[in-house]
Design a protein around this ligand. Structure first.
Ligand SMILES: Cc1cc2nc3c(=O)[nH]c(=O)nc-3n(C[C@H](O)[C@H](O)[C@H](O)COP(=O)(O)OP(=O)(O)OC[C@H]3O[C@@H](n4cnc5c(N)ncnc54)[C@H](O)[C@@H]3O)c2cc1C
Length: 507
């Protein structure tokens, strides 16, 4: 009997093993294609527990999947894929400052429900209309407004997870004395105590080795687990790409929608003159500071919606918000007077419809970049998500531009520049061996530069298949062997989304 037949007996949800379904699930938003053997759409947490028990007993790999919008291949598997979007997609409870959701709920759907109550969950990936909360947690996703409010990891209060052996547990903030904490089962208690002891013994190394940046999705986020609030084991699931367990429920902190917002679009002659003023703009504490270079908007409809001025080569989108209009407007006036001789103020909007229209231009950047694919010549995402301190961003972007010019590569640049998070892709012919070697060499050089500058190789998109080999390079041997110990604690048989984060050693 095949795994598909066994799963039909075990799970209440649908089991898909026909050729068409396997083809549909063989792709995400990366350039990889990996065909799964079976797809399961679990009805509930108990289905996931039973599937995990079965897979654990037979050593069969399991990969959870949300909407499959990941950019580096993290939701792909040649084995069992668990799709939480079909049945496990409910908003369970909305409180005054929290929401409890199942992992398959689409962020855009949640946004609408929260908005009707005057609330919001700030991380806002440009893929919000499709991506799920489970995928956002597992990638530690961000978005334009994370500058002002924080990333997914910062909103993660509690999760319920199913581990590789089918056991489950709830993880939430606890004080530093794990010894006094009540756990829902002995296995979970043992796991949490081991995790706490392990991380406590490495706290100095973690403190020293992690990048000092505002967003990071590389490796496991051990730096966030023992923090000012004590022990927050749920945070180890942020950016873990489904390699430690499957999230079946999450409690996220939510916020009140600010009463007043003001969005300004600034036009600059070129990218470098725009990035030069980023540190100055940050002194005014915007909640969003985004960049769109002409390499993305030239030829597209985006720029025409915002400006017809041909001398403008780069746009910055700056948003301010607060509950007091007078306070926000005073800040905006000061901001405009400081910036007015350095750029053109193209738009200044305070009404919701105009802001939606303007943000749409920025949000569709990656969609437009994807359309630059011509045959096997593609905008390849490998160095597309680095973060450096925003004060270093101008010099870093100049370095990248020079590299592209030296290597005669066409490229695009845009990103969350307030966080120092630059999205850039060279156009690479995937049939050309020399161009593939070129991007590998470029990645090595660029990552080296970023790491030496105290940054991270991925701020929000994660490691997936494409960057897994660079994780060790990013953190060094000590932290990487700690990752291996942690993976072994949670997933001793290495069956949870194998090939991502930490690969089982063959020796
Ligand atoms: C056009 C476009 C724009 C984008 N813009 C942004 C952006 O602005 N900011 C940003 O941060 N990202 C962005 N992304 C990347 C991507 O959309 C996000 O990472 C998104 O949150 C992934 O969600 P998903 O539901 O598609 O997850 P998937 O791709 O399906 O899965 C992502 C990871 O989550 C794991 N996973 C899924 N569900 C669970 C679960 N229940 N338990 C454990 N693990 C689970 C999977 O195994 C996988 O490792 C963009 C992508 C596209 C295509």
């Amino acid at each position: 009997m095949s795994a598909g037949d066994d799963l039909t007996r075990i799970a209440k949800g649908e089991i898909l093993s026909d050729g068409w379904s396997r083809k549909v699930y063989s792709v995400d938003a990366s350039h990889y294609v990996v065909i799964p053997s079976v797809i399961v759409c679990p009805q509930d947490q108990y289905d996931i527990e039973d599937i995990c028990k079965y897979c654990f007993s037979k050593n069969i790999p399991i990969t959870a999947r949300g909407a499959g919008t990941s950019l580096l291949g993290q939701s792909l598997s040649d084995n069992i894929v668990i799709d939480c979007t079909k049945h496990m997609n409910k908003v369970i409870e909305i409180g005054d400052d929290y929401v409890i959701v199942q992992p398959g709920v689409v962020k855009g759907v949640l946004d609408m429900e929260l908005k009707s109550k005057g609330k919001f969950l700030p991380p806002d990936p440009a893929s919000s209309n499709y991506c799920t909360i489970g995928g956002m947690i597992a990638n530690n996703s961000s978005g334009a407004h994370c500058l002002g409010y924080g990333n997914t990891i910062d909103f993660l209060q509690e999760i319920h997870v199913v581990y590789s052996d089918g056991n489950s547990g709830s993880l939430c903030n606890m004080s530093n004395s794990v010894a006094n904490k009540k756990f829902n089962n002995a296995a979970n208690e043992r796991l949490m105590k081991n995790l706490f002891n392990l991380l406590s013994s490495y706290s100095d190394t973690i403190q020293k080795q992690y990048p000092k940046v505002t967003k990071n999705s590389c490796g496991y986020r051990l730096d966030a687990v023992i923090n000012d609030e004590g022990f927050s084991p749920q945070k180890i699931f942020a950016a873990s790409e489904g390699t430690l367990g499957i999230v079946t429920c999450a409690k996220m902190r939510i916020m009140d929608i600010p009463l007043y917002r003001h969005l300004i679009v600034l036009g600059f002659e070129d990218l470098l003159s725009a990035l030069y003023v980023v540190p100055l703009i940050l002194q005014f504490f915007p909640i969003a500071l985004e960049m769109l270079d002409h390499t993305v908007f030239s030829g597209a409809e985006n720029k025409q919606k915002l400006s017809d001025d041909k001398s403008i080569g780069c746009l910055l989108f700056v948003e301010f918000a607060g509950d007091k209009m007078t306070y926000v407007e005073r800040n905006v006036d000061l901001f405009k007077s400081k910036l007015s001789d350095r750029c053109n103020i193209i738009e200044s909007a305070t009404d919701e419809q105009s802001m939606i229209r303007i943000w749409r231009a920025r949000k569709s950047a990656l969609n437009h970049v994807m359309k630059l694919t011509f045959g096997r010549r593609k905008p390849i995402g490998l160095i597309e998500d680095t973060v450096v301190n925003p004060n270093l961003l101008h010099d870093y972007a100049q370095y990248l531009q020079q590299k592209y010019i030296q290597d005669k590569l066409d490229f695009v640049m845009y990103g969350h520049v307030g966080d120092g998070n630059l999205h850039t892709r060279p156009l690479i012919d995937m049939d050309s061996k020399s161009e593939i070697e070129l991007i590998e060499r470029l990645a090595h050089e660029v990552f080296n530069k970023v790491i030496r500058a105290g940054g991270t190789i991925t701020g929000e998109h994660g490691d997936g298949l494409a960057r897994v080999k660079y994780i060790k390079y990013m953190y060094g041997n000590k932290i990487f062997s700690l990752f291996r110990e942690i993976k072994t604690l949670f997933d001793p048989k290495f069956i949870m989304n194998p090939g991502k984060k930490v690969i089982q050693s063959t020796s």
